[in-house]
Design a protein around this ligand. Structure first.
Ligand code: DCT
Ligand code: MG
Length: 467
C-alpha cells in the first residue's frame, strides 16, 4: 500500500523509480536478463511510473505492459480502488498537533533516532527537569508518527512539524550525518546516568530518591543491597515478608522489598504469560461473580511483544445492574487471589475499607488494585513475580476505562487535552463529561468513545505515541 511504502521511501523519490515485487528479481535472475517491470509493479498507484522507469526501458515501449494473464486488468482495478480510498476523507494526519490524531506504530521508520532522543528525555527526567522531559516526550511522539525515513532531503518538512524546534532539528541533523548524537554519547560515557537509571529499576525508587542515594555515594545495585541489607540469602524471605492485612491500612512496598523483587519485576512479560495471568484472574473472578467482562489493556493491547506489567480492565455485562455487581468486587477479588498465594503484594487498593466507593459520578467510578502477582510453579517452569493492575469499572464507563488504560501515555495525555481544548469535554479513564454542565456520557463501545470526542477511531496498535 502507498501508506506502507511511504514509511520507507519518500513518494517523490518512489515516483522516479520502478517499484517491483521481489519476484521480479527472482525471475530476472532465472532468465538471466532484466525483465520488463510492468507485470511486477508492487503498487497500482505507481504502475505507470514503474513501467516508465524500468531499467533499460527509456520509454517503456518494450515492457510487457499488458500481459495476457490479466495482471494489467487486475492492477488497473486496484488502481481505481486505491484512488477511491486515498480520496476518502480522513482526519488522521501525521503532522497533527495531537497524538490522538496521528497514527503511531510500535516501530517507526525512524526508530534509531527516536531511541537516541529517548536517552536525552530519560536524562532530563532522571535529573528532575520535568518540563524538558515532557518536551522530549512530545518530540518523540511526533517523530513516532512521521511516516518517512528522515534524511537531509526531507528534514525541512520535519522542522515544520509541531513541537519540533531548531535545537531538536540540529540534533536530528547530527544523527543523520553521524548516526549518533554527541550529547547522548557524553551522557552514556559517565557513571551517573547509568547508576540513576539502574536505581529506578527498583520498585519504590523514583528519580528524586535515586539522586539522593547517589549523593550518599552509592553507585550500583550491589551498593543498594548493602545499604538496605538485602543479600542473595535473605532476598526470598524479604520478598515474602510483607503480609497483607486486609483489615488494617495497607503497608507500603518498601524499597527493601522492591530490591528483593527487582530481578523478577524488571524482566519483561511475554504475551503468552500475560494471557495466562488474565485467564487465571478471570477464572477466580468467575467464582465470586458471574457475567463479568474484561479487556487486557496497556502495552499488550497496543501489540507489544513483551510488557512491563499486566493491566486488566473489568466490568459486568449487565448494563442495568452491573454497577452494583462490581461494587466492592476489586477488594473481594484481590483478597481471594491473595489467600490463594497468587497476589503476593498489594501496593494500592481503592475502595478498600470504603464499601460505597463506586458511585457513578465522573472521577469516582473506578476501583483499582496495584499488585504483585505470581503464577503457581508447575513442572514446566518456575514463575516470577509480575506487576498486575486490576481496574474495575461500572458498565457505563467500561469503554472509557478501556481507552484510558490502553495508552500509550502521550496518546492519553493528548486525548485529555484534545477533549478539553477542542471539544469542551472532560475525558479520563473514569468517564466523559461536558465541562460547562458536567453532563455525563456513557459510550457503548470503544468506537463510541472516539465518536463522542469527535475523533476518528484509531486501532490500538497505532496508539504507540511513546517509545
Ligand atoms: N497511563 C497514563 N498515564 C500515565 C501512565 C499510564 O495514561 N502516566 C495509561 C496509559 C497506559 C496504561 O495507563 C498502562 O500504563 P503502563 O502499564 O504504565 O504502561 P504500558 O503502556 O502498559 O506499558 P508497559 O506496562 O509495558 O510498561
Ligand atoms: Mg502496562
Amino acid at each position: 500500500m502507498r501508506k506502507r511504502l511511504e514509511r520507507h521511501v519518500n513518494w517523490n523519490i518512489a515516483r522516479r523509480k520502478a517499484i517491483v515485487t521481489p519476484q521480479w528479481l527472482r525471475d530476472s535472475v532465472e532468465s538471466g536478463q532484466l525483465l520488463p517491470c510492468g507485470r511486477y509493479a508492487a503498487l497500482g498507484d505507481l504502475y505507470e511510473e514503474t513501467v516508465k522507469n524500468c531499467p533499460d526501458a527509456s520509454d517503456g515501449s518494450h515492457c510487457q505492459a499488458f500481459p495476457e494473464d490479466g495482471t494489467a486488468h487486475r492492477i488497473e482495478s486496484e488502481l481505481t480502488e486505491r484512488k477511491y480510498h486515498s480520496e476518502k476523507d480522513t482526519q488522521i494526519r501525521y503532522h497533527h498537533r495531537y497524538a490522538c490524531m496521528r497514527h503511531s506504530p510500535l516501530i517507526c521508520p525512524n526508530q534509531g533516532l527516536v531511541e537516541k532522543l529517548a536517552i536525552l528525555r530519560r536524562h532530563r527526567e532522571i535529573e528532575g527537569f520535568d518540563m524538558q522531559s515532557l518536551s522530549y516526550e512530545r518530540v518523540i511522539s511526533v517523530l513516532k508518527a512521521f511516516p518517512y525515513h528522515i534524511t537531509l532531503d526531507n528534514i525541512h518538512e520535519v522542522s515544520e512539524l509541531p513541537h519540533i524546534g531548531s535545537k531538536i532539528c540540529s540534533k536530528i541533523q547530527e544523527f543523520i550525518q553521524h548516526g549518533d548524537i554527541s550529547e547522548c554519547k557524553s551522557i552514556l560515557s559517565g557513571t551517573r546516568y547509568h547508576s540513576l537509571v539502574e536505581f529506578t529499576t527498583v520498585y519504590g525508587i523514583g528519580p528524586a530518591t535515586a539522586r539522593n542515594l547517589y549523593s550518599l555515594g552509592l553507585r550500583t545495585i550491589k551498593d543498594l543491597e548493602n545499604h538496605y541489607k538485602v543479600s542473595p540469602q535473605t532476598r526470598d524471605d524479604i520478598a515474602k515478608s510483607l503480609n497483607v492485612n486486609f483489615t488494617k491500612r495497607l503497608p507500603q512496598l518498601s524499597i527493601k522489598v522492591g530490591l528483593a523483587l527487582r530481578e523478577d519485576l524488571r524482566s519483561r512479560i511475554p504475551r503468552s504469560e500475560v494471557e495466562e495471568i488474565h485467564g487465571v484472574v478471570m477464572n477466580e473472578l468467575a467464582n465470586i461473580r458471574s457475567g463479568c467482562v474484561s479487556t487486557i489493556t496497556g502495552g499488550y493491547r497496543r501489540g507489544k511483544d513483551e510488557s512491563n506489567d499486566v493491566d486488566i480492565v473489568i466490568s459486568h455485562k449487565d448494563l442495568k445492574s452491573g454497577g452494583d455487581q462490581v461494587k466492592g468486587l476489586c477488594a473481594h477479588l484481590v483478597k481471594r487471589l491473595h489467600d490463594k498465594g497468587l497476589v503476593t503484594h498489594v501496593m494500592h487498593l481503592s475502595g478498600f475499607r470504603e464499601p460505597n466507593a463506586l458511585r457513578t459520578t465522573h472521577g469516582d467510578s473506578l476501583e483499582k488494585a496495584l499488585t504483585v502477582f505470581i503464577l503457581p510453579d508447575d513442572k514446566k517452569q518456575k514463575h516470577v513475580h509480575r506487576r498486575l493492575d486490576l481496574i474495575f469499572a461500572a458498565p457505563e464507563v467500561y469503554w472509557t476505562a478501556v481507552v484510558g488504560w490502553t495508552g500509550s501515555k502521550m496518546f492519553e495525555r493528548d486525548l485529555r487535552l484534545w477533549a478539553k481544548q477542542e471539544r469542551g469535554m472532560r475525558f479520563d479513564s473514569s468517564g466523559i463529561s461536558r465541562r460547562h454542565d458536567s453532563k455525563l456520557y456513557f459510550p457503548n463501545s470503544e468506537q463510541e468513545v472516539f465518536e463522542l470526542l469527535g475523533l476518528e477511531w484509531i486501532h490500538p496498535t497505532l496508539r504507540n505515541a511513546d517509545l
